[in-house]
Design a protein around this ligand. Structure first.
Ligand code: IVH
Length: 670
């Protein structure tokens, strides 16, 4: 018999599938979180071990990495073609080898991410490997678990039973907008930005702290059914359909063609349309649909002969480097930036390009005044791919990376293990300015009207020496700043005042602690409720939270022990969330809103006039309640429509409250 805990797990899996795979959520994020919380609480209250496919097992702590394991069969790469002629040659070779037999092609988008294999045993996700060198991959099971679109259990029962052993392959990727955001955060946090989506996916999957992986919104598309014990499919399209039916996430932009001309049309369509996708693609993949034809065509040592990657051209533009600036990030990392003569590339005007670090400048020998080729391929940030003036004699001297911080003149530090060059002066004004900007940003304290120009002046005039000083600002001195005036000054002071009510998690994020992004900040506040609660926690206590790994715990603990004066100052300034349990307040508010159903177990019986029993169940579930089929002592309410029979009698026997249809509708507030 299914226990309460099993039912809750099934319900969560159902909603995960709706949200992460079908993109059709049925309940709000808050309700989903509440279900997860309830499951965590139930699991914590019993001694029964938590199975590996429980939804709570997605948030890992330390991950086991580094183990190299052999793939069941090699994960091959794809041969590339770059134009219509090469595509035609691919098709002609196939026609020759298959002696003119009709061929159907499947076209898929080539996702720019990291290839992985996923193994399910008896429907449970048991192992995930990176492609590695194709022969051996790296064990990233713990980190893959954190990806919500990777089902931990094959959830749907289909006509074709889920094979005992199933291995699928696909691409893990980071959506474009998240990549931008992570790069901004990385630079601000003193880490080097990811150069392209592939590196970002790989970097995020291969972290020793799976809780950091969990904080990155990685996603997956599965594109190969590599092994299904005891099951045979005749075509790739059939295998894709089955994978979908098993609840795996396949790319919906897949197509099917009977001629190579139609394949070319598909390609041309996506040359333009790909820019509107939320993930990066660097081409299309063309595959022969029929598996027996695939076997007949076979593979070379590196590539299958039945598939080819037809790549999109990287988007390029030519311009001149006018200047090289060196910017100082929130944690002191110095990043060189090329200031360019403005140029249009992939529909956007580009005025600067990151040069990443000193090594990159040296390697490519990039100098001021150079004409360069700028490229935006799989890369969100445009990069300099080539210097066109490299052979000219009248070039500027090689760029000299500063030995001192351009903002505060402190000698910079280089460490052996990092390419990054840092300013280690904690009082560096450039770092301070970036910290204030982060503090005031939209997802932190949201102080509108505190833009870079104002921050510059506040710091330069020494009105502000740390983020807490913002709360002591008064209208009069503020209005003396350039382009300020009394009305804007008044407005800014009001905005700052309002920010005192910011929920604790946002303040925690705004403090800019290394490794503490929004998700981690929320996890910490959920546990410790306020900043004061968190500041008295030990490193072990922090690490014991599901979803918080050792690196994060260390970083948080260190911040709180080193920044007492700043925290005292913020508390004294009157930020509410220091002591008020903001998170719990919020939770109570949402509980009150639809609290009647949440966490309670219902049975629906008889026929309702206003809706079907199924609809009634959905309404209950949507509000965080559970619906079971039989009345037991655990049932909280029986909802009884017309003609209720034995369940009604049972409920009366067990003294379980009964809701008539009208009472039920009233509770639903429909
Ligand atoms: S099929 C033998 N399909 O591209 C079959 N690969 O450059 C090889 N990739 O290693 C894989 N999207 O990591 C296939 N729809 C797709 C793909 C795809 C991205 C990656 C994959 C592969 C690499 C080859």
């Amino acid at each position: 018999m299914r226990t309460e805990i099993d039912e809750l797990r099934a319900l969560i899996r159902y909603h995960e599938h709706k949200y992460y795979i079908e993109n059709l959520p049925e309940i709000s994020d808050a309700d989903f979180d509440a279900l997860m919380k309830e499951l965590e609480a139930l699991e914590a209250s019993t001694d029964v071990p938590i199975p590996p496919d429980s939804p709570t097992r997605r948030v890992g702590g330390g991950a086991v990495l580094g183990t190299r394991l052999q793939h069941r069969n090699p994960m091959l790469s794809l041969n590339n073609s770059y134009d219509e002629n090469e595509l035609r040659e691919f098709a002609e070779r196939i026609d020759r080898l298959l002696e003119g037999a009709p061929v159907e092609y499947v076209t898929e988008l080539k996702i720019d991410g990291l290839g992985v294999s996923l193994t399910y045993e008896n429907g449970v996700f048991t192992q995930g490997l990176t492609r590695g060198d194709g022969e051996y991959g790296e064990d990233v099971t713990d980190n893959l678990r954190t990806i919500r679109s990777v089902p931990l259990r094959i959830p749907v029962e289909t006509e074709i039973a889920v094979p005992r052993v199933l291995e699928v392959r696909g691409e893990v990727f980071l959506p474009k907008d998240c990549l931008d955001e992570i790069n901004i955060q990385r630079e601000a946090a003193g880490e080097l930005p990811f150069a392209n989506p592939r590196n970002a996916a790989a970097g995020s999957l291969r972290l020793l702290d799976a809780s950091i992986t969990a904080s990155r919104p990685l996603d997956i598309f599965v594109y190969t059914l590599n092994y299904a014990e005891g099951t045979e499919f005749t075509t790739h399209t059939a295998s894709l359909e089955n994978m979908k039916a098993w609840g795996l996430k396949c790319n919906p932009r897949t197509d099917y063609h009977t001629s190579i001309e139609a394949v070319q049309d598909y390609y041309e369509r996506w040359v333009e349309e790909r820019h509107a996708l939320r993930y990066e693609t660097d081409g299309i993949v063309v595959k022969v649909n029929n598996f027996s034809q695939q076997r007949e065509l076979g593979t070379t040592s590196k590539y299958p002969r039945w598939a080819v990657a037809y790549k999109f051209n990287a988007q390029q533009a030519i311009t001149t480097i006018e200047k090289i600036d060196v910017q100082v990030g929130r944690t002191g990392v110095l990043t060189p930036v090329a200031i360019l003569k403005p140029v249009i590339l992939a529909g956007a005007t580009i005025t600067n390009a990151t040069l990443h670090n000193a090594q990159e400048i040296e390697k490519k020998d990039i100098r001021i005044g150079d004409r360069i080729v700028l490229e935006r391929a799989g890369d969100v940030i445009p990069k300099v791919v080539e210097v066109l003036t490299a052979d000219q004699t009248d070039r500027a001297d090689p760029f000299e990376f500063p030995e001192r911080c351009p903002a505060c003149n402190t000698p910079v530090q280089r460490t052996a293990e990092e390419v990054a060059v840092r300013c280690v002066n904690v009082a560096c004004v450039a770092q301070l300015k970036r910290r204030i900007a982060h503090f005031a940003s939209r997802n932190a304290l949201q102080i509108e009207g505190l833009g870079p120009a104002t921050i510059d002046q506040l710091v330069d005039t020494e009105l502000v020496g740390d983020v807490a000083d913002l709360y002591a600002l008064e209208v009069k001195p503020l209005s003396k700043l350039e382009r300020m005036g009394v009305p804007s000054a008044g407005n800014l002071v009001r905005q700052i005042e309002q920010s005192k009510e910011t929920p604790a998690a946002k303040l925690l994020f705004g403090l800019g602690i290394f490794h503490v992004g929004e998700t981690v900040a929320e996890l910490l506040i959920e546990q410790f409720l306020s900043l004061d609660g968190l500041s008295t926690a030990t490193e072990e206590e922090i690490e014991s939270i599901t979803g918080i790994g050792p690196q994060i715990a260390k970083s948080v603990f260190k911040f709180f022990s080193q920044n007492k004066p700043l925290l005292d100052k913020l508390r004294a300034a009157g930020l509410h969330c220091f002591t008020v349990a903001a998170a719990s307040q919020r939770m109570e508010a949402s509980l009150a809103a639809d609290g009647f159903f949440r966490g309670k177990t219902f049975v629906v019986t008889g026929s309702l006039e206003g809706m079907t029993r199924g609809e009634a169940s959905n309404e209950i579930k949507r509000r965080g309640g559970r619906v079971t089929s039989s009345v037991t002592r655990k049932t909280d309410y029986l909802i009884a429509g017309e003609g209720a029979g034995s369940k009604y009698t049972k409920a009366v026997e067990l003294d379980i409250p009964i809701l008539k249809e009208a009472d039920f509708f009233e509770k639903l507030q429909l």
